[in-house]
Design a protein around this ligand. Structure first.
Ligand code: 4AD
Ligand code: MG
Length: 481
């Protein structure tokens, strides 16, 4: 009943690796299952430190057992309850685990009544679990996702830190639309609705932004790149790793309104070195997860995406294919002449659809593909123009199952060419005076890319929907929890 408070708690992961002994140990966590067989009570505890639970056993046919787990406590010991279990680690007769915990004192800290606990021990759909996002981290799948996510975040920092990059923090609130796609969330302290109600005529004439917090329209950032370029053209190589916001109204399995992006930016760097960086960086992160998240990756391999471990291992060991956009369109057109059907017909000048990206990576090249030199019309204003005047030095990394996970480019470092591109894109030079200044003073070839963190987690775990690789997804009409 009462726990031995002088015993230091041991995480479940450590207990599972500990040899049986005679000293009492203390575990705390949440009950995953409980099973009674005559006087024997078995229950499994998980504390998030590993996929595996520790099994606790109490024999209530003995006076000690009855004392450790009295009637009322047994009643309250249900799936979802938080518990503290003191016991002795013994060799387990079961196949599943090396050791189990013979409980000598069990305390239910917080109960979870079976009638109302929403997370019962059965398979729930991912849709349902999204509705109970406050409890879904207690499932095997989400525990594994969050542990893998953590390891990947650290691997990303490791890679850049050991290669001389500085982690730079770019603003979340910004006045510029780096991607020029107009998909920004506005940030304002103006009571827009009240204004509209109180004085509709004035509202129609436009909003007086001089009264707004920043004195001009401001937005949540869609990319830290432009600020990243400022820093890279002084510090040589930097990366950002932070939240990014896009008000694209696309309800797909690959889009979030709030996602995390990693954006390295390197001075004295061309598109080829940029691709080398993207490839080496991705391989480092994949390798770290394969090495350090074995248990979780085996779960994904068995339950979510069969064969994913060997697939990723192969990616780490092979070279990414590199093709031009023009080649990609030719490949797709060839496939069509051989009978492949696409919903959207591939044609030079149109953006690659995700069905095209999948076909290239899954059917033709059977692995990651880097596509370069896209038509300038379908890419952002900052990408360096090729000598043909038609294509730009953009590069997207495409992977099987998902399509694009990285978008990057060499940047236009020539002042006049950039000015012309901005005019074409309808951008106001005045708003970007500082960006142009970087080309006026000590300009250099430079390049970078953006990796969508959640897309990479999808790729690594095999999870189908991007909403299931971030703890609290933000999507159109959904910002709960
Ligand atoms: O291709 P994007 O739009 O590139 C940029 O933002 C550049 N400024 C990056 C750079 O060169 N520094 O976005 C980069 C990546 C995409 O490849 C994709 O993985 C991810 O960000 N991404 C999203 N992920 C989740 N939800 C969304 N709505 C996303 N939009 C882009
Ligand atoms: Mg892109």
């Amino acid at each position: 009943m009462s726990t031995n408070n002088h015993i230091k708690r041991t995480r479940v992961k450590i207990l599972l690796e500990t040899e049986p002994g005679s000293e009492p140990v203390l575990a705390k966590g949440w009950v995953r299952t409980k099973r009674e067989s005559k006087d024997l009570v078995f229950f499994e505890i998980n504390d998030g430190s590993s996929m595996a639970n520790i099994q606790a056993v109490v024999d209530r046919s003995t006076p000690e057992g009855l004392k450790a787990l009295d009637g009322p406590t047994l009643q309250r010991l249900q799936t979802g309850a938080s518990v503290a279990v003191t016991g002795i680690l013994v060799e387990s007769p079961g196949q599943k685990q090396k050791v189990e915990l013979h409980g000598t004192a069990i305390q239910v800290i917080g109960e979870a009544p079976a009638e109302s606990y929403p997370l019962q021990k059965k398979r729930h759909s991912y849709e349902y679990l999204r509705e109970i996002a406050h409890l879904r981290p207690r499932t095997n799948t989400f525990g594994a996702v969050i542990r893998v996510r953590n390891r990947m975040a650290m691997a990303i920092h490791e890679y850049f830190q050991t290669n001389g990059f500085l982690w730079a923090h770019t603003p979340i609130i910004t006045a510029s639309d780096a991607e020029g796609a107009g998909e920004m969330f506005q940030v304002t302290t103006l009571p827009l609705e009240n204004l509209a109600k109180a004085d509709p005529s004035r509202f129609e004439q436009g909003i007086d932004y001089s009264r707004d917090f920043f004195g001009k329209p401001a937005f949540l950032t869609v990319s830290g790149q432009l600020n990243g370029e400022i820093l890279a053209t002084a510090l040589d190589r930097i990366y950002t790793f932070g939240p990014t916001f896009r008000a694209e109204n696309s309800n797909t399995s690959r889009h979030l309104a709030e996602f995390w992006m990693i954006e390295p930016e390197v001075a004295f760097c061309d598109i080829h070195e940029d691709m080398d960086l993207a490839e080496a960086f991705l391989k480092y992160v994949l390798n770290a997860v394969l090495t350090d998240c074995r248990e979780d990756m085996e779960f994904f391999d068995q339950r979510i995406q069969p064969g994913i471990i060997s697939q990723l291992q192969q990616v780490v060991e092979s070279s990414f294919h590199r093709i031009t956009y023009t080649q990609a369109i030719e490949d797709l057109e060839n496939a069509m002449t051989k009978g492949t059907k696409f919903e959207y017909k591939p044609s030079w000048g149109a953006d690659l659809q995700s069905e095209h990206e999948k076909y290239l990576t899954e059917e033709i090249y059977k692995g990651p593909v880097i596509v370069t030199d896209y038509p300038k019309e379908i890419k952002a204003f900052y990408m360096k123009l090729n000598d043909d005047g038609k294509t730009v030095r953009g590069m997207d990394v495409l992977v099987p199952r998902l399509g694009e996970i990285i978008g990057g480019s060499e940047r236009e470092e020539r002042l006049e060419v950039l000015q012309a591109r901005m005019a074409e894109a309808g951008l106001d030079e005045k708003a970007y005076w500082w960006y142009l200044d970087l080309r006026r003073f000590g300009t250099v070839p430079h390049a970078g890319f953006g990796l969508g963190f959640e897309r990479l987690i999808q790729y690594v775990t095999g999870m189908q929907n991007i909403r299931d690789v971030i703890p609290f997804p933000r999507t159109p009409k959904s910002a709960d929890f």
